[in-house]
Design a protein around this ligand. Structure first.
Ligand code: CA
Length: 236
């Protein structure tokens, strides 16, 4: 059984989501405030949290950060009417995995949830079974089997999707990787949500690498944006 937690103060949206997701076979709990949602995280361990950013009692970014901290392995999808907050909430600060902008179609929400839940946590990138492949790019070392990333002697703390993204780029260091390829390999082959989520994850990844480089006293790995094409992790 897949457990979902909905945190949404709007009675119409909340009840519609609860009923629709229950009908899909999910075990659904619905809370109407940030505090109640956070309390529910302690008593249940949801696989996925659907989180409204506009809650009456807590700031949306703050509640996202606290949900992420309390439910490290859960997929966190934020619902928002405020597009200006999306970058902050997804990649840079709070660590949500995805977002939907209100109003959204129920069919799109269901498809996105299925894509997230089918994937499951921390799928390894390397397709070649138990071959232990480690990618070394300058001082950057990415070990998909161990799910470890180091820069020099400094461990780089990455979230699951950031690690998968870096591992995919490091496997092709020096080569351009198309956006569609990254979305298919790192997210889901049937993904049909916005690919903006890729850009915010890249932004978050760059920041984590820069922070690690500062800590290690080294140059940060260079992740080049190729407009209209994709990204390239520079070979050094
Ligand atoms: Ca609201």
């Amino acid at each position: 059984v897949t457990d979902l937690l909905i945190v949404e103060d709007d009675a119409v949206i909340g009840s519609t989501l609860r009923d629709a997701l229950t009908a899909q076979g999910y075990q659904v709990r619905w809370e109407t405030s940030g505090r109640a949602g956070l309390a529910a995280l302690c008593s249940t361990a949801p696989d996925l949290v659907l989180l409204d950013l506009g809650l009456p009692d807590l700031d949306g970014v703050e509640v996202t950060r606290r949900v992420r901290a309390a439910a490290a392995s859960a997929v966190v999808v934020v619902l928002t009417a405020r597009t200006d907050e999306i970058d902050v909430v997804i990649g840079l600060e709070a660590g949500a995995d995805d977002y939907l902008t209100k109003p959204f179609r129920l069919a799109e929400l269901l498809a996105r949830l299925r894509a997230h839940l089918r994937r499951g946590p921390a799928a390894p990138c390397a397709p070649d079974g138990d071959a232990r492949e480690v990618h070394q790019v300058g001082g950057l070392r990415v070990d998909p089997a161990a799910r470890r990333c180091t820069l020099g002697a400094t461990e780089v703390a990455l979230r699951a999707r950031e690690f998968d993204l870096l591992a995919r780029l490091a496997a092709a260091a020096g080569q351009a990787v198309r956006r569609e390829t990254l979305m298919a390999d790192v997210w889901d082959e049937h993904w049909f949500g916005s690919t903006k989520t890729l850009d915010v994850h890249v932004a978050a990844l760059r920041r984590r690498l820069t922070d690690a480089a500062t800590a290690a006293g080294m140059a940060a790995p260079i992740l080049t944006t190729l407009r209209g094409h994709g990204y390239r992790l520079e070979q050094v």
